[in-house]
Design a protein around this ligand. Structure first.
Ligand code: ADP
Ligand code: MG
Length: 263
């Protein structure tokens, strides 16, 4: 579609009709089904600007589906979502404009295998943001430096370790200047010795004030970095609060059962 490079006045920041302008993410009564299977069963969730929220819960509880609904990789059946002032569930939404605000990092990196590390970080800047090639390169190299990989700029993803590839995926997302970063188990596919490097990058991002929603099983990361931990099970938010409460002193038996398996 012929998306304009900047949002129109009607959908700019802090103009959300639902009064969610203080939230970076606002989710209300979200329902998602795959056929007869109701995977999200009425999710309410808010993320404030600059907040780091860790989403935890058993496999199959709907964490990935929730993240994918936020940037319309999945279409929910019911509920409202707004992200960065865009009402995602509005049929009139400029999907491309909304997605430009949201960076996503997947478990499996999803780098372009035939492109160099540098090209992975420039291609969307040029195609989507219409940045001149020289500027895109400068932004990409700055972000590769931020993740400690500017010396790998000319290599192909396959020449890097999993942890390095994931750091490139983070640099690629950051090169789009997102105001929100979604992470879906970013360290679950990594060799144990490379997990720490990726978590360190994420800690740095959090310290720099990035708004982050992170699905993770890394409880020490959640405990140290998250402003809030949200525990999901069976498509609902069972319990949420500061990490010291949810992880340190869970109130719900389902949270306790889950933590006893992962801690
Ligand atoms: P989590 O990320 O918490 O492990 P998911 O959101 O991936 O959970 O999955 C929640 C449920 O939805 C699971 O039962 C899964 O099998 C199902 N599911 C996920 N994606 C699809 C899909 N595209 N089609 C059908 N079922 C799906
Ligand atoms: Mg998942």
């Amino acid at each position: 579609s012929a998306a304009s490079p900047t949002p129109s006045t009607g959908e700019s920041h802090h103009s959300d009709a639902h009064g969610a302008s203080e939230s970076a993410v606002h989710v209300q009564d979200l329902h998602k089904c795959y056929g007869d299977l109701e995977v999200l069963r009425g999710i309410d969730l808010d993320v404030a600007p600059g907040e780091v929220v860790c989403l935890i819960g058993p496999s199959g509880s709907g964490k990935s589906t929730l993240l994918r609904c936020l940037n319309l990789l999945e279409t929910p059946q019911r509920g409202t979502i707004s992200v960065g002032g865009y009402t995602v569930t509005d049929p009139e939404l400029d999907v491309d404009a909304m997605r430009r605000r949201v960076g996503m990092v997947f478990q499996q990196f999803n780098l372009f295998p035939h492109l160099s590390v540098l090209e992975n970080c420039t291609v969307a800047q040029v195609k989507v943001l219409k940045r001149p090639a020289a500027e895109a390169k400068r932004v990409a190299l700055a972000n590769l430096e931020r993740v400690g990989l500017n010396e790998k700029a000319s290599q192909r993803p396959a020449q890097l370790s999993g942890g390095q590839q994931q750091r490139v995926a983070i640099a690629r997302a950051l090169s789009m200047d997102p105001e929100l970063m979604l992470f879906d188990e970013p360290t679950s596919a990594l060799d144990p010795e490379t997990v720490g490097d990726v978590l360190a990058i994420m800690r740095g991002l959090a310290a720099d004030g990035m708004t982050m929603l992170v699905v993770t099983h890394e409880m020490s990361f959640a405990r140290d970095v998250a402003d809030r931990v949200v525990f999901m099970d069976g498509g609902v938010v069972v319990e949420q609060g500061p990490a010291r409460d949810v992880i340190g002193a869970p109130q719900h038996h389902r949270t306790r059962a889950f933590l006893s398996r992962v801690l």
